[in-house]
Design a protein around this ligand. Structure first.
Ligand code: NAI
Ligand code: MG
Length: 502
């Protein structure tokens, strides 16, 4: 590999803006009750493009979580928040969205050096997306309403009132793949509903959540409405899930931890919503626009290095066009520009950490050992960071690990099918049920297949993106509950019926 090619895999951190460097240099602390509480223990912040530590965050545990939940509980009942009018709450949410936009350059740099994603992805889908989610939910407080109805009772004249009330303190636990966006998906609807929140970001990517805490204070949210405690899942995360004063857990992450949270929430009867893993199929029918479909299939898996819950990791192509699609994708694979996130021209950054790199490598070794076809994209250096070359796997068995398990990396497995029924059966032959994509110009087929797919979202002739007004979430082992849209705010409301005698 020549020197310029290798340069593309390194960051020049001296190019970071002054506000980003200031954020990196901050003393590790948790944001509790509107103040920064210095951390007792710390965790390193790693730049995935080099594997080098670039900052430190607090390693919070049960004690910090308890303080944060108490602050959130107090804020939930405080007149400053509980009696704030809907228009005032809307103004705060819009102000926060605008502050995110004003600080977009810094937030995007922080996201890129913390998670590894290319700067364009941090700027658009993550930071821009987060601002949109706050703007969207800012419109809700003044539109939330219950209902009134007449009742047939023992005497005439009874009235029923149905109120929508905020559930209380929300524990939000988010993953590292789209950090600020995931924080927005949880915080915006919870705050619009009138809840207060303790946010536990992923230990690999807490920087933007900490930066956001300052923006929340600057926007004017009362102290304690949002608290951010950083730390490991097994410590801070478990303590949040177990805390008796948390009314609801909103979780996005792995299916394994989702099951644990569901079991714990079952014992305590906490409300909970779980957005978990996926093994989402893309179906290309023989009447599809093949160029667009192949490009869409590639974007569906290689965006964010495949670290996307809805990533289209299984591609099913109809017999007649199978070879043409494989040919297009194999030509595309070596052109995918892998590099450090801050470098212009990078399409795919490194994976988030060493464990994810080892995990992806393990699946590809398994696939090669089983005799499946494994194609790789541009070579990446072994000695720096968590880069992996994108890959295509062909000929994998239906029960192979690469077919059944979520890899969460840039690995596209391609299979063939003969007809609609087989396409549906293969798509649904998975524990998961998050998203699916259909490429076809036959509207009847699109409607039939969309109805038959077991998943929470179907993308037709596109590779998908989240829209603040439309629900995201899954079925089966992909979890339950929905983020975004009206369904997203409903998760933070509880219903009370008031029956009034005449
Ligand atoms: P994870 O599920 O352990 O982490 C997600 C969040 O849960 C983090 O904030 C973490 O600190 C927290 N957490 C971990 N253990 C916890 C516990 N016992 N109680 C409460 N909170 C806890 O995911 P991880 O280990 O980082 O990634 C492993 C795999 O999970 C990935 O390879 C991928 O397959 C899947 N994953 C899926 C995501 C999605 O968006 N669907 C996001 C992240 C990971
Ligand atoms: Mg990091």
């Amino acid at each position: 590999m020549n020197a310029t090619a290798h340069d593309n895999f390194a960051h020049d951190l001296t190019r970071l803006s002054a506000p980003t460097r200031t954020a990196l240099d901050r003393a590790p602390a948790h944001f509790i009750d509107g103040k920064w509480l210095p951390a007792q223990a710390t965790l390193p912040v790693i730049d995935p493009s080099s594997g080098a530590p670039i900052a430190a965050i607090g390693a919070g545990g049960a004690e910090e979580i308890d303080q944060a939940v108490r602050a959130a509980r107090q804020a939930f009942k405080s007149p400053a928040w509980a009696q704030m009018g809907p228009m005032s709450r809307e103004r705060l949410l819009h102000r926060l969205a605008t502050l995110i936009e004003d600080n977009a350059a810094t937030l995007a740099e922080l996201e890129t050096i913390d998670n590894g994603m290319p700067l364009w992805a941090a700027q658009g889908p993550v930071v821009g997306g987060a601002a949109q989610v706050f703007h969207y939910y800012a419109g809700w407080p003044s539109k939330l309403a219950g209902r009134t109805q007449s009742v047939e009772g023992p005497v005439p004249g009874f009235t029923g009132i149905v109120r929508q009330e905020p559930v209380g303190v929300v524990g939000a636990i988010i993953p590292w793949n789209m950090p600020l966006l995931m924080a927005a998906w949880k915080l915006a609807p919870a705050l619009a509903a009138g809840c207060t929140v303790v946010l536990k970001p992923a230990e690999d990517t807490s920087l933007t959540a900490l930066y956001l805490a300052d923006l929340i204070a600057e926007a004017g949210f009362p102290a304690g409405t949002v608290n951010v405690v950083t730390g490991r899942g097994a410590e801070a995360g478990e303590a949040l899930v177990a805390h008796p004063d948390v009314a609801k857990i909103s979780f996005t992450g792995s299916t394994a931890i989702g099951r644990r949270i569901g079991a714990s929430a079952g014992r305590s009867l906490k409300k909970h919503s779980l957005e978990l893993g996926g093994k989402s199929p893309t179906l290309i029918f023989d009447d599809a626009d093949l160029d667009a479909a192949a490009e869409g299939a590639a974007n569906g898996i290689f965006f964010n290095s495949g670290q996307i819950c809805v990533a289209g990791s299984r591609l099913y192509v109809q017999d007649r066009v199978h070879d043409a699609v494989v040919e297009r994708l194999s030509r595309h694979l070596p052109t995918i520009a892998v590099g450090a996130g801050l470098n212009p021209g990078t399409f795919m950054g490194p994976l988030v950490n060493a464990a994810q790199k080892a995990r992806v490598g393990g699946y590809l070794e398994g696939a090669a050992a089983a005799g499946f076809g494994v194609m790789r994209g541009c070579p990446v250096p072994d000695d720096s960071g968590y880069f992996v070359s994108p890959a295509i796997v062909t000929g994998a068995d239906v029960d192979a690990a690469v077919t059944r398990e979520e890899i969460f990396g840039p690995v596209l497995c391609i299979y063939r099918f003969s007809d609609e029924d087989e396409a549906i059966a293969l798509s649904n032959a998975t524990d998961y049920g998050l998203a699916s994509a259909i490429w076809s110009r036959d509207i009847g087929r699109v409607m039939r297949v969309s109805a038959a797919l077991e998943c929470g979202k179907v993308m037709v002739n596109n590779s998908g993106f989240p829209y603040a007004g439309l629900p995201e979430g899954g079925v089966k082992a992909s979890g339950h509950g929905r983020d975004l849209g009206p369904e997203g705010i409903a998760q933070y409301l509880k219903t009370k019926c008031i029956l009034i005698a005449p």
